[in-house]
Design a protein around this ligand. Structure first.
Ligand code: ADP
Ligand code: MG
Length: 408
C-alpha cells in the first residue's frame, strides 16, 4: 500500500509521515528544455516541511542523474559539466510501492542506493515521455506516480486520437485529415488534392504528437501546403491538417481532479505575436526562458460570464472524457465573430503545471502540488483493490507440449 502520509496528517497534532517524491524531468523530447524549467519551478514550490524532494534529470540519452545541483536551473547552462559532477542512477523496484534510485555504475564504498522514493512525479513534456512512456515505466516499477495514467497520457498526446474520443463524447473539435510521411512522399499531388477536397485555405498543418508549437505552419496555397507538410514531417511521421479558424481567439483552462470529481481553473487568453502562437511566444517572452508561466497572456481572459462558464465546462468534460488525473490544461480555439468554440488539444502535463491558472482562485503552487500528490495516492489505493494476479499457478501442473496454453 502507498504511505497514508499526506492524507493522514492534519494540523491537530497528528503526525505527518514524510513522503519522498522523485521529480523526473527532461527526457528524449523536443520539449526537453521546457520540462527542465517546469520541473525546477515545481521543485522550488514544494512544501519542504511535508516532502523530501529528489530531482531526477532524464538526459537526452535516457540516462538518469541525481545530485545536489540537478535541481538548480543555473547548472543547466553547462549540462556536460553538470552531469560530470552528478550521480548517474538506475531504477529498481523495492517492496511494493517504493522505488530505489541505485547508483550506477555500482560503487564498492558508500552504499548502493542514492535514494528511495515513495512517489514519482513526472514533469515532462512531449513525445517519448509525456505520452504514456514514462507513466508505463513507473507502472512497471510499481511506484505510484502523479498525473494521467498510461492510456489517458497516450490518448491526450495524439491530436488525432484525442479528437476521435472527444467527438465520441459530443465535445466540439475541428475536422481534420491525418496523413503519414510515406504516402505523402510517394504522391504529393494526391495528398494535396485530398486535403483541398476537405478544407479551403488557410489551413494548419501540425505533427500529430508534439507540443509547444513545434513543427506547425499555416498554409495559404498548395505550394505552402507542401512546404508545411515537409516541415512537419521533419518532426513526426504523422501529421494532421485542419482549416485555420478565422477571427481567432485562444482560450486555455486547466482542470484538476480524478474520475468524476474535477474542477476547472481560471481561464487565460494567450497572446501571440503572429498567426500561430509560437514556441518563443510561449517560453521566451521578454528574452527570458521562464517556461509557460512567463508567456504573454490575459489572465483572467476577458470573457462574458456565460462564455467563461462554457469554457470551464468544456474543459472539465474534456478532462473526464479522456480519463485524466492530476492537472491538465485544455486549449480551445474560438471564432470571435461567431462565438463558436472548439477544443483544440489537451496537455496532460502542462507547462509550469499551469500553477498560474490556479493562483487567481486562491490555490497556491504548494497547495496545487499537495492536491496532485493526494490524487495520485487516492488512485493508487483504488487500483490496489483490483487483483493483478490469480492465486492458482497453472504452470504448476503444466507438463509441456504445445497443446496446453492453447486450450484457454
Ligand atoms: N485550426 C487552427 N486555426 C488557427 N490557429 C491554429 C489552429 N490550430 C493551431 N493553431 C495555432 O497554432 C498553435 C499551436 O497549435 P496546437 O494545436 O496548440 O499545437 P501544440 O501542441 O504545438 O501547442 C495554436 O496555439 C494556435 O495559435
Ligand atoms: Mg497548443
Amino acid at each position: 500500500m502507498p504511505p497514508a502520509a499526506v492524507t493522514k496528517g492534519n494540523d491537530k497534532g497528528m503526525i505527518y509521515m514524510r513522503v519522498t517524491v522523485g521529480v523526473f524531468f527532461g527526457g528524449r523530447s523536443v520539449e526537453h528544455e521546457v520540462s527542465v524549467i517546469s520541473a525546477i519551478q515545481a521543485v522550488n514550490a514544494f512544501d519542504k516541511s511535508k516532502y523530501d524532494v529528489v530531482p531526477v534529470y532524464c538526459a537526452k540519452d535516457d540516462h538518469l542523474y541525481a545530485g545536489t545541483d540537478i535541481g538548480k536551473i543555473e547548472a543547466y547552462k553547462d549540462i556536460p559539466a553538470l552531469l560530470s559532477r552528478s550521480q548517474r542512477v538506475i531504477c529498481a523496484p523495492l517492496e511494493k510501492g517504493r522505488l530505489a534510485l541505485v547508483k550506477y555504475p555500482p560503487k564498492l564504498l558508500g552504499g548502493a542506493v542514492y535514494a528511495s522514493i515513495d512517489l514519482a512525479f513526472p514533469i515532462v513534456h512531449g513525445a517519448n515521455v509525456e505520452d504514456g512512456t514514462i507513466q508505463g515505466f513507473f507502472n512497471y516499477m510499481s511506484v505510484p506516480f502523479v498525473g494521467c495514467d498510461v492510456t489517458a497520457s497516450a490518448v491526450s498526446m495524439d491530436k488525432y486520437v484525442t479528437k476521435a474520443v472527444l467527438r465520441f463524447n459530443d465535445i466540439p473539435v475541428l475536422d481534420c485529415v491525418r496523413l503519414s510521411a510515406k504516402p505523402f512522399y510517394s504522391g504529393e499531388d494526391e495528398a494535396v488534392r485530398r486535403v483541398e477536397n476537405a478544407f479551403s485555405y488557410p489551413m494548419i498543418v501540425k505533427p500529430v504528437n508534439l507540443g509547444s508549437s513545434i513543427g506547425i505552419k499555416k498554409a495559404y496555397s498548395a505550394v505552402e501546403l507542401v512546404g508545411a507538410f515537409e516541415y512537419a514531417f521533419q518532426f513526426a511521421g504523422t501529421v494532421i491538417v485542419e482549416r485555420a479558424v478565422e477571427n481567432l481567439r485562444e482560450l486555455n483552462c486547466a482542470v484538476l481532479g480524478y474520475g468524476d470529481s474535477a474542477e476547472a481553473s481560471e481561464c487565460e487568453e494567450p497572446i501571440s505575436g503572429d498567426a500561430i502562437l509560437s514556441y518563443s511566444d510561449k517560453y521566451m517572452s521578454g528574452g527570458k526562458s521562464k517556461g509557460m508561466s512567463a508567456s504573454k497572456r490575459k489572465l483572467p481572459a476577458d470573457l462574458p460570464p456565460e462564455t467563461r462558464a462554457k469554457v470551464r465546462e468544456l474543459a472539465v468534460r474534456t478532462f473526464t472524457a479522456l480519463g485524466c488525473c492530476g492537472v491538465s490544461r485544455i486549449d480551445m480555439l474560438m471564432d470571435a465573430a461567431s462565438g463558436e468554440i472548439w477544443v483544440n488539444e489537451i496537455n496532460p502535463i502542462p507547462g509550469s503545471l499551469s500553477f498560474y491558472l490556479w493562483e487567481p482562485l486562491g490555490v497556491s503552487y504548494a497547495r496545487l502540488i499537495d492536491k496532485l500528490i493526494e490524487l495520485s495516492f487516492t488512485r493508487e489505493r483504488e487500483n490496489a483493490e483490483f487483483a493483478s494476479s490469480f492465486d492458482t499457478n497453472i504452470l504448476e501442473n503444466f507438463s509441456g507440449g504445445m497443446k496446453g496454453p492453447k486450450q484457454r
